[in-house]
Design a protein around this ligand. Structure first.
Ligand code: NAD
Length: 441
């Protein structure tokens, strides 16, 4: 397969996020130019540089970011990632995705994201604790239960969130500070169901989309052939919940490669193999494939659950699935979207498909503010309701955009997509609040 990238195509996540936003804007009437500029760019970008004493006695300076993209509809909400490639552009794009996502599923939040440039694989637990505590101290009151609420992201976890909570609590003694961060361990205010929320939300959204008849020729998950790129938190749990819903998992992959079986893989057994060997590759009852082959493989549903910009203008034409469910953030470029739309491939966009994680983060925040503990049953029922309502609203908006397109009423002459519809709903919700609050002073 030709995996070369068209030279005109940008793989910068912020550029792609902006292109998606600008395209969706053509379907929304009456948003003033000045408001558009305000909506595209982050409201606030904080850079911090701070020293940390390493285990060997040396001192290293780390660079961290916290971007508050929007607080129009409520406090900022979004993860903190630790990765050597963290950059201002990446964090800004991910913060914008959070703004659209919380609006699509109608949570009373804006969007934020943060990160520290570091390689957690080369750091000890003590060094990670020192980095986290010092980072939170440097962020000061820019985070808080009613201003901007972090959560886990790539290479941060419940332990990192426990350190964030503890540091913030020591800086603000005397009150209930649990709601400053979500994704905490269960014993200090975490919510049941948070670990599986992203994948369950993906499944809830996919079921509802199929029920609504939005994917020609595919009406149920029962018997559907599913390929999943990425076998981490989102991907491995998605494999299990889709499998439990009757789907056949025909291929999965991780950073070392992929495996395929048209008979179907047992997700629990593959996970066991990955735990033992560090990769899905080498699993005995499957053939080995590359990640490129997984993306182009014969299946009904493709679930990218790994990295951004995986399907580009160069390989979008090879996709054989009729539905792509974006469990990852930004796995398709804006150019790939156009190719897939022309091919008739339906895309359930990231800001809807993977919103289950932030929905259950919201449930955790509500429980913390009210000193409550909900049951798993309640969390899963309310998550399903939220996801199904957001899918219904997106499909309804899509139908209305389609009517507009068929009547030649849109300046952009390309066929609308579910991403356009989800973004149009988000932009409408945010722009409405801007008008109602009015511009201060
Ligand atoms: P993770 O680190 O747990 O898993 C990532 C997986 O992708 C790993 O299996 C890794 O081996 C694999 N991978 C890395 N490079 C790859 C490559 N080139 N090809 C194929 N596989 C590769 O991360 P995660 O939490 O599962 O997140 C995955 C994606 O889902 C990210 O885009 C993240 O932003 C998004 N997401 C996650 C959540 C969540 O709650 N975990 C919520 C919303 C969105």
């Amino acid at each position: 397969m030709d995996t070369r990238v068209n030279s005109a195509e940008s793989l910068d996540l912020f550029v792609n996020a902006t292109r998606q936003f600008e395209r969706a804007l053509t379907w929304v009437d009456g948003v003033k130019e000045g408001v558009i500029t305000f909506l595209i760019n982050p409201k606030r970008t904080l850079h911090v540089r701070f020293p940390v004493t390493m285990d060997d006695g040396s001192t290293r300076t780390f660079h961290g970011f916290r971007v508050l993209h929007s607080d129009v509809r409520g406090p900022g909400k979004g993860g903190i990632r630790y990765h050597p490639d963290v950059s201002e552009a990446e964090v800004s794009a991910l913060a914008a995705f959070m703004t659209w996502k919380t609006a699509v599923v109608d949570l009373p939040y804006g969007g934020g994201k943060g990160g520290v440039v570091c390689n957690p694989k080369e750091l000890s637990r003590t060094e990670l604790r020192h980095i986290t505590r010092r980072f939170v101290a440097e962020l000061g009151d820019s985070i808080g239960p009613h201003t901007d609420i972090p959560a886990p992201d790539v290479y941060t976890n419940a332990q990192t969130m426990a350190w964030i909570y503890d540091t913030y609590d020591r800086m603000h003694p005397g009150g209930n500070n649990l709601a400053v961060v979500t994704g905490k361990p269960l014993d200090i205010g975490g919510s049941v169901g948070r670990d599986e929320a992203t994948a369950r939300g993906c499944w809830n959204a996919t079921e509802q989309l199929l029920k609504r008849g939005a994917v020609p020729g595919l009406h149920t998950l029962d018997g559907a052939r599913v390929a999943i790129q990425g076998f981490g938190n989102a991907g491995s749990v998605a494999a299990r919940v889709f499998h439990n819903a009757g789907a056949k998992i025909v291929a999965v992959s991780d950073s070392r490669g992929g495996i395929a079986s048209q008979v179907g893989l047992d997700p629990l057994s593959v996970l066991e193999h990955k735990r033992e060997t560090g990769s899905v590759v080498g699993y005995s009852e499957a053939q080995t494939i590359s990640n490129a082959e997984l993306l182009a493989g014969d299946c009904d549903i493709l679930v990218p659950a790994a990295l951004e910009c995986q399907v580009t203008e160069s390989n979008a034409g090879d996709v054989r699935a009729s539905l792509i469910v974006e469990a990852a953030n930004g796995p398709l470029t804006a150019a790939a979207d156009r190719v897939l739309s022309r091919k008739g491939v339906v895309v359930l966009p990231d800001i809807l498909a993977n919103a289950g994680g932030v929905v259950v983060s919201y449930f955790e925040w509500v429980q913390n503010l009210q000193n409550q503990k909900w049951s798993l049953d309640k969390v899963e029922r309310l998550l399903n309701e939220k996801m199904c309502r957001a899918v219904d609203e997106t499909v309804d908006r899509y139908d209305s955009l389609m009517g507009r397109y068929e009547n030649g009423l849109n300046a952009d002459s390309t066929v609308p997509t579910l991403r356009d519809a989800a973004l149009a709903n988000a932009i409408t919700r945010i722009a409405t609040v801007i008008v109602q609050r009015d511009v201060w002073p």
